[in-house]
Ligand binder design. Structure first.
Ligand code: ATP
Length: 411
């Protein structure tokens, strides 16, 4: 009303759709009832998505006494999309994530045939979600293969758009691979391809810009959360221009944009060769807090760390573009077709991804209460079969009962 009196009309689209928008300081501006698109997912997707929504809704309602509420908006991708529309990833879905900025998705099956190799990758590329963020921590009660899983508390920032994972490769013996080989040999003087006629060829692009935006996001996170230590993980000793470039450009960015934070001790930056990191992370995980690394290293590192805390099936993840504000949070496991529809799936990966989403939009109280509720259940040995069977005296619950148990611990 006050705005009207001043002659300022509210933005009609924003007012009607409850959109999350991006503020000039790159933080999301969130209404009390934001519309959030979700993809149910394939296989166990419907079960874990239902659990995630129930837990998230209750946590938000409790944390904010009913003042805040998520307006869930289903969008289609994967098998359900193909059945209904003939497309694996309809344009409206990408468009909905683009318009609403923040969304969440269950696991998706890999399309059979067609031009899309992976729906997850297609979504990440479509929205240029350049950070894959994977927090790894131990939950009391979860059986782990190491002696002190509680020492692992690491947030991995994995670059999501470049590296040998960019999808630029040609199969051995194809005219394309032969053409690239001829170019390398005839025009670039390359003599190091050991078996040229039977080699497939892949390309590893790593750019200064790609490195800078990833390292900037990780450094900002380390400062904002008070974690302080940021480690750049790379194989720059061998791949001098790509991974070595990542290290050099990373340090240069930090010296340029975070000099003050480094001087006053709010940011402590170092680097580590990837193979040494894998050893150290097992032997002295407490030495690491925020890790920034390239795409392939990040893939190995996040899963190894998750296994270390016994959490490979419950690890959450988020894909984020900190410049545009687009973010899609997701279950990190697959569709688990062997247990789909049996009320057995562990919903923790997607529920904890929802916690990341709540934190991302500034609803940290709701996120904390879910984490506390999950910790209580797991520390009492109450879990789905995948975890309970390894817990001494563990109680196996169905997905629905485990979800109800988490909800009963929300306060
Ligand atoms: P996809 O082809 O979608 O990757 P997959 O079966 O190859 O499926 P995952 O879905 O990750 O790969 O499953 C690997 C194993 O882990 C399976 O035995 C599956 O039942 C189990 N699993 C995966 N997710 C969960 C979950 N949320 N709860 C319980 N078990 C799970």
């Amino acid at each position: 009303m006050a705005a009207r009196r001043l002659g300022i009309e509210p933005h009609p689209t924003i007012a009607m759709n409850n959109l999350i928008t991006l503020l000039p300081n790159s933080r999301p501006s969130v209404p009390d009832n934001p519309a959030i698109p979700f993809v149910e997912g394939d296989g166990v997707g419907p079960e874990v998505t239902a659990a995630m929504r129930a837990v998230t809704d209750k946590a938000v309602q409790t944390a904010y006494s009913g003042r805040r509420r998520i307006e869930w908006k289903e969008v289609l991708a994967g098998g359900k999309a193909f059945e209904r529309t003939g497309e694996w990833l309809p344009e409206e879905t990408t468009e909905a994530f683009r318009t609403h900025l923040v969304g969440i998705k269950g696991p998706l099956m890999t399309p059979v045939g067609g031009g899309i190799r992976s729906l997850n990758v297609a979504l990440r590329q479509g929205l240029d979600l350049y950070v894959c963020q994977r927090p790894v921590r131990w939950f009391k009660g979860v059986v782990s293969p190491v002696k002190r899983p509680q020492d692992v508390d690491i947030i991995v920032f994995r670059e999501n758009t470049e590296d040998i994972y960019a999808g630029i490769e040609w199969e051995a013996g194809t005219p394309e691979a032969t053409k690239v080989l001829h170019f390398l040999q005839d025009e670039m003087g390359v003599k190091k391809v050991r078996f040229p006629s039977t080699s497939s060829i892949g390309i590893k692009p790593v750019s200064r810009e790609g490195t800078e935006r990833l390292v900037r996001a990780a450094a900002r996170y380390a400062v904002d959360t008070g974690r302080k230590r940021l480690t750049l993980v790379h194989k720059g000793n061998i791949m001098k221009f790509t991974e070595g470039g990542f290290k050099r450009w990373g340090y240069e960015l930090l010296e340029r944009e975070f000099a003050k934070e480094m001087k006053d001790g709010r940011l402590i930056a170092d680097d580590c060769i990837a193979d040494a990191f894998l050893q150290n992370a097992l032997l002295k995980p407490e030495a690491y807090s925020v890790v920034a690394t390239l795409n392939l290293n990040g893939d190995y590192i996040s899963d190894m760390l998750a296994a270390q805390v016994g959490g490979i099936g419950i690890s959450p993840g988020g894909n984020i573009n900190y410049t545009t504000g687009h973010a899609i949070f997701e279950a990190t496991h697959g569709t688990a077709p062997d247990i789909a529809g049996q009320d057995k799936a562990n919903p923790c990966s997607l529920i904890l991804s929802a916690c990341m989403m709540l934190e991302h939009i500034g609803w940290a109280e709701a996120a904390r209460s879910i984490e506390t509720a999950i910790t209580r259940c797991l520390s009492q040995g109450k879990a789905t079969a995948d975890l309970a069977r390894f817990m001494p005296g563990g109680t196996t619950l169905t997905t629905s009962d485990f979800t109800a148990e988490i909800i009963s611990h929300l306060n």
